[in-house]
Write a protein that binds this ligand. Structure first.
Ligand SMILES: *Cc1c(COP(=O)(O)O)cnc(C)c1O
Length: 374
């Protein structure tokens, strides 16, 4: 029996992917040269469709890497000489921080208990150059004066906690002199980021874009490039073939330094085009409507409750539920009806479920899942 995947990545394939795979085979995408005009047209098309979908201005490049995990490392290597700042509230935001530590950056973190999130209002508005002293900021979170890069996670996939797009945009506006990078791996294109402000964001394709794994997408602006070039001049190690200057130089010609995942770049462009045809607003509203159904169920149904208490922090794309019954038994029962849901992350494996609400699953499929969970 084929399953419907409500797992938070790899996830259900976007409904049009099977057709696009057929076209990719017909067009012999698996064999074409990555130095051909055909490939450059594919890259350009994917770039144009993602730009339209996510409202990315011409100040930003759209670059391809092996994964989102790689982008944690590239971002820190290329844009931080000494200090980074991380908002941590689960395993993925923690790994971003851990990467900075591994790279010997002086990494600051503010950490929330699992299930909690960050709001703009919690941050001190004091920025460098302001005469106010730290103690005047009360108990607000203060982004350290010497932090060069602020690292945020729009959707913490391990706990189902979001930081709302409006809060991310406001936080950047109040800290304009710092570079901001947003992990939107399990929510893009849901979160609406203001790329006039946000310097960088990234995702990988096997989550909310509903594609097979193996491609990271790095949206990054000229300020980040300038920073990387400055670090390079100072002889800081910024990497080799996937350094930001190397990726950017190739991008100008719609090429990549290495032989890339041409197949997935092609599929991503096609799926982004399909999403644009529906309209990103439609996708966001549809996601909200399905999320309301899921959370409503979790609040009312016997034996379940939403893990995240603050409704504004509840992720629209990955819902996490506490369960009375052992999670494994629920997963098995639902699987027998043709649907796969995720277990809790790490230690929460036994008494939590994670339900992905990505654009690939329809309202009807969500309703079927909730019926099976009853
Ligand atoms: C899955 C995930 C990653 C890592 O993505 P890979 O494609 O495995 O590199 C990073 N951040 C978040 C929030 C994720 O959900």
């Amino acid at each position: 029996m084929s399953l419907t995947f409500f797992t938070p990545g790899p996830a259900e394939l976007y409904p049009t992917v099977a057709n696009h795979i057929q076209s990719a085979l017909a067009e012999q995408i698996g064999s074409i040269s990555h130095r051909s005009a055909q490939f450059r047209r594919i890259y350009q098309h994917t770039d144009e469709q993602l730009r339209a979908l996510l409202n990315v201005p011409s100040t930003h490049a759209i670059l391809f890497t092996g994964s989102a995990t790689e982008i944690w490392e590239r971002m820190l290597q290329n844009c931080v000489e000494f200090e980074s700042f991380h908002c941590v509230n689960g395993s993925f935001s923690r790994k971003f921080y851990d990467t900075a530590v591994d790279l010997k950056k002086f990494a600051h973190l503010v950490e929330k208990p699992l299930g909690q999130g960050f709001d703009y209002e919690e941050f001190s508005k004091v920025t460098e150059g302001s005469p106010k002293k730290a103690e005047e900021t009360g108990d607000k979170i203060r982004i350290p004066e010497y932090a060069e890069l602020v690292c945020l996670t729009a959707n913490e996939t391990s706990t189902g906690v979001q930081m709302r797009g409006v809060d991310i945009n406001k936080l950047k506006r109040s800290h304009r002199s710092k570079l901001f990078c947003v992990d939107m791996v399990s929510s893009a294109p849901y979160h609406s980021l203001d790329f006039e402000e946000v310097d960088s964001a990234f995702f990988s394709v096997q989550k909310s874009f509903g594609l097979p794994a193996g491609l990271g997408v790095w949206i990054v602006n000229e300020k980040c490039l300038a920073r990387a070039e400055q670090l390079k001049k100072q002889e800081t190690v910024i990497g080799s073939y996937h350094s930001l200057p190397s990726l950017w130089k190739n991008y100008k010609n719609f090429e990549t330094p290495e032989t890339p995942n041409v197949w997935n770049i092609y599929l991503l462009g096609k799926v982004a085009e399909d999403m644009n045809r529906l309209g990103v607003d439609h996708i966001r509203k549809d996601t909200d409507a399905k999320a309301r159904k899921i959370y409503d169920f979790l609040e009312k149904a016997d034996g379940f409750e939403p893990f995240v208490k603050n409704t504004e922090h509840r992720s629209p794309t990955v819902a996490v539920a506490n369960t009375k019954e052992p999670a494994k038994e629920i997963i098995e029962r639902v699987k027998a009806q043709g649907m796969l849901i995720g277990s809790g992350y790490g230690k929460a494996k036994d008494n939590q479920l994670r339900i992905a609400n990505f654009p690939a699953v329809s309202m009807e499929q969500v309703e079927r899942l909730l019926d099976a969970l009853k």
